[in-house]
Structure formats: structure tokens, C-alpha cells
Design a protein around this ligand. Structure first.
Ligand code: RP5
Length: 178
């Protein structure tokens, strides 16, 4: 595998189940990445060192996932000027509202681009990293365009399947009551 350009950090290995879609998106687009467990409160020095050296090591974007008092992404962003994308991890508190607010409510000056909790959030983090990389990578930009085109085609084909089903079930014209 070539040198990673995206770094994925997780506060705990227990986060991986929610974060894997980010790695899968990068893999789908052929973007080299690395994944590490690092915690803003359990290994604070390691996080600071990783973020400070990220640019020199050739990373272009960092994804940081954490749950609860999810300060990992903010701490990473404090130590680098690379774009940092935060992935809030679901928790027992309102599905991860604590993680989301901890991450998204960064005070001014140190931005963290935060995606949604769970579901498509992690996948979107991967895709957002790809969009950032695509600004200076024509091949990647083209892959993104093809991806979006295929998405549109998929939705159109689902709609046409739905129309067929509706026609079978309800016939050509609607009936009104009364
Ligand atoms: C955070 O605390 C991690 O990101 C994880 O979401 C949460 C719980 O971690 P564990 O206690 O499962 O290691 O730092």
C-alpha cells in the first residue's frame, strides 16, 4: 500500500464498528489511509505528537472519531492546520448527542468539520476527505463525478421500479372516496 494521505484516529477500538464505513469509502476510491487508536484524554501526548507531525508525514486530511466528551477532533485540530473531520460516535445518551455537540460546537478559530452521528456520518467523512483530496487530484475528481452519476442512475432506476409496482397494485388511475 502506498503512503497514507488520510489519517483516521479513534478514541477507542470500541469506536471501530461505527468508523469502518469511512475506511471503506477511502478504500473504494483507492485512497491510502492509516487507522490508529489514540485518545485525547488517555494518550494526550501521543495525539499532540501525531497531529503536529501529520503534515510532514504526508497526510492531507485527518478524520477523528470519538464518543461522549468527544474532544479528540478539536485537540487534533489544535495541533495541525490540515483539515480535520470529526466523526461523533453513538453513545447511550440520546444516541450520541453528547458526542455530536462536543465536536460540532468548536469555538471560533479552530475548525472541525463535523459529520452526522452513526448511519451515513462515517461514510460521509470518508467522502468529504476524498472531495478535499480531489481538489488537487484530477483522477480522484473524475472518480467522484462517476460515483455521483451512478448514484443518480440508481435512484432513477428505483423510482422506475416503484412506478411499475404502483401500477400493478393500484392500476393506472387513482380512485377517490365519496
Ligand atoms: C471515547 O470514549 C472513545 O472515543 C469511545 O467512544 C468512548 C468509550 O471508550 P471505551 O471506554 O470503550 O474505550 O474516548
Amino acid at each position: 500500500m502506498s503512503r497514507p494521505v488520510v489519517g483516521i484516529l479513534m478514541g477507542s477500538d470500541s469506536d471501530w464498528q461505527y468508523i469502518k464505513p469511512a475506511a471503506s469509502a477511502l478504500h473504494e476510491f483507492g485512497v491510502p489511509f492509516e487507522v490508529h487508536v489514540m485518545s485525547a484524554h488517555r494518550t494526550p501526548h501521543q495525539v499532540a505528537e501525531y497531529a503536529a507531525q501529520a503534515e510532514t508525514r504526508g497526510l492531507k486530511v485527518i478524520l477523528a472519531a470519538a464518543g461522549g466528551a468527544a474532544h479528540l477532533a478539536g485537540v487534533v485540530a489544535a495541533h495541525t492546520t490540515l483539515p480535520v473531520i470529526g466523526i461523533p460516535v453513538p453513545t447511550g445518551l440520546a444516541g450520541g448527542l453528547d458526542s455530536l455537540l462536543s465536536m460540532v460546537q468548536m469555538p471560533g478559530d479552530i475548525p472541525v468539520a463535523t459529520v452526522g452521528v452513526g448511519g451515513g456520518g462515517a461514510r460521509n467523512a470518508g467522502l468529504l476527505a476524498i472531495s478535499i483530496l480531489a481538489l488537487s487530484d484530477e483522477t480522484l475528481a473524475q472518480r467522484l463525478k462517476t460515483f455521483r452519476q451512478r448514484l443518480s442512475e440508481k435512484v432513477k432506476s428505483r423510482d422506475s421500479q416503484l412506478q411499475t409496482k404502483l401500477a400493478e397494485e393500484f392500476g393506472g388511475s387513482g380512485e377517490t372516496v365519496g
